[in-house]
Design a protein around this ligand. Structure first.
Ligand code: NAD
Length: 485
């Protein structure tokens, strides 16, 4: 592979790569081999200050451009990303270990979709006119100012773009902190935005661990914080933002239900369960990891699932034939192994998988447990790895109550051929992003986000505009002022 993973500098500030070697060094590891592919430095307070100052300086002039002009920059960036999709996908695979077969179609392309979609919307972001007899009110949709984005490690390109695109479309500037586990991709997005015509300072990338995220979230010069991460981190970042009364978007974890009724197309349901548990080696927030299967079809479901899992091509993620890659890190793999041990220990039936694969890197077998009960650890906690729990059910009311019995509420899915049941059940499930007879599709046109502890706010779609802008309301009097004295 000729692609150079080591960037010219750790950060991207004020339109250019930016280094400060005083920051604590950390390694970037290719999950498929365990090799160190880059060494970066955590942002020092000086880097954070430079990034925030350059964002503040760029923002006002950017907001003063017409929406159409802003949108043109975003759409140009989308075009550049599409032209470089293969190189960006290879970098995404180095960063995350996800198979190139996936990254070629799901990462840079999804980022480009977001830039294209919000680029298209930018020119139509307007307020409204509210007639009040002779008087009237008009509203102006204004940017928030400087937004901070903090990313998780599973979709580094997509998360950077899903946050940057609506923020910039609305006239904000952004400082983005990628996950320390996958820090490379966002740097390239920052370069591409400059190439597309974004002013220096509009989109900055600073690296580091939680302490850098915390410094950004508490900085008085920040107007909004958008986090993609776990619920425990979400609690901390939300609290930090609340102290400064900042706007927030929280895209957090889940333990989502996928319900398979006995009239479902069996192969489609098995396909949905595979997509919702094993894509990206199970490291997807919206995964349907509690698969409730009607007791009548349970054994047929498990048999078909086992047959299809035998077709997974596990191996070198850079080989486009590979359909299942490693976990992102040794740490994450050890966490998931702990959950597998708890599944066995608490009495779940291991149907397939369960072991680390004997090769370099962090490969775990796709794992399925059956006879899982609601109280087991693997049914209650987010695993974030390739572990599916299959639970039995018999009645519609029963399965809805059990599906909702969780603090999470990110996603939910239903497989059935009964049209009215599909809508009735989805209507009663407590989740932000739902699917009927498919799973895990997240087009930019649809709002994405969670209810309950899975999140606050929505990404994608027109709904995201509400979270990156605010309304100014202007009352205009056309007559004399009627004062009491
Ligand atoms: P994480 O919560 O450990 O880290 C997320 C980010 O927050 C990282 O960049 C980290 O450095 C930063 N961070 C950590 N502590 C911080 C603090 N105190 N202040 C500010 N920033 C801090 O999550 P992760 O392990 O990187 O990602 C996995 C989690 O993300 C899972 O729970 C998954 O469900 C969730 N996720 C959610 C979505 C979604 O859209 N809802 C998408 C992807 C991942």
């Amino acid at each position: 592979m000729t692609l150079r993973c080591q960037p010219t500098a750790s950060h991207f500030v004020n339109g250019t790569p930016f280094e400060d070697e005083a920051g604590a060094p950390f390694d970037v590891i290719y999950p498929a081999t365990g090799e160190v592919i880059a060494r970066l430095h955590s942002a020092t307070p000086a880097v954070i200050r430079a990034a925030l100052e350059s964002a503040r300086a760029a923002q006002a002039a950017w907001a003063a451009r017409t929406g159409t002009e802003r949108g043109r920059v975003l759409r140009r960036a989308a075009d550049i990303i599409r032209v470089r999709n293969r190189e960006l996908s290879i970098l995404e695979t180095f960063d995350t270990g996800k198979p190139l077969q996936e990254t070629l179609v799901a990462d840079a392309t999804s980022g480009a979709d977001a830039l294209e979609y919000f680029g298209g919307l930018a020119g139509s972001l307007t307020g409204e006119h509210i007639p009040l007899g002779a008087d009237f009110v008009y509203t102006v949709r204004e940017p928030l100012g400087v937004c901070v984005g903090i990313g998780a490690w599973n979709y580094p390109t997509q998360i950077a773009c899903w946050k940057a695109a609506p923020a910039l479309a609305c006239g904000n500037a952004m400082v983005f902190k990628p996950s320390e586990t996958t820090p490379l991709c966002a740097l390239w997005i920052a370069e591409i935005l400059i190439e597309a015509g974004a002013p220096a300072g509009l989109f900055n990338v600073v690296q580091g661990l939680g302490d850098v995220g915390a410094a950004l979230a508490t900085d008085p010069g920040v107007d909004k914080v958008s986090l993609t991460g776990s619920v425990p981190t979400g609690r901390k970042v939300y609290a930090a933002a609340a102290a400064g009364l900042k706007h927030v978007t929280m895209e957090l974890g889940g333990k989502s239900p996928l319900i398979v009724f006995d009239d479902a197309d069996l192969d489609d349901a098995v396909g949905g369960a595979i997509l919702g548990n094993f894509y990206s080696s199970g490291q997807v927030c919206s995964n349907g990891t509690r698969v409730f299967v009607h007791r009548r079809i349970k054994e047929a479901f498990l048999n078909r699932l086992t047959e299809r899992l035998a077709d997974a091509v596990i191996g070198d993620p850079m080989d486009e034939a590979t359909s299942f890659g490693p976990m992102v890190s040794a740490r994450q793999m050890e966490i998931v192994k702990g959950f597998i041990a708890s599944g066995t220990g608490e009495g779940a039936r291991l149907i397939t998988g369960g072991r680390q694969i004997d090769r370099p890197g962090y490969f775990l077998e796709p794992t399925v447990f059956a006879d899982v009960t609601d109280d087991m650890t693997i049914a209650r906690e987010e695993i974030f790895g390739p572990v599916m729990s299959v639970l039995d059910f018999e009645e519609e009311d029963e399965v809805i109550a059990r599906a909702n019995d969780t603090v999470y509420g990110l996603s939910a899915g239903v497989f059935t051929r009964d049209l009215t049941r599909a809508h009735r059940v989805i209507g009663r499930l407590q989740a932000g992003s739902c699917w009927i007879n498919t799973y895990n599709l997240a087009p930019v046109e649809a709002p994405f986000g969670g209810v309950k502890q899975s999140g606050v706010g929505r990404e994608n779609s027109r709904a995201a505009i509400e979270h990156y802008s605010q309304l100014k309301s202007v009352y205009v009097a056309m007559g004399k002022v009627d004062a009491p004295f």
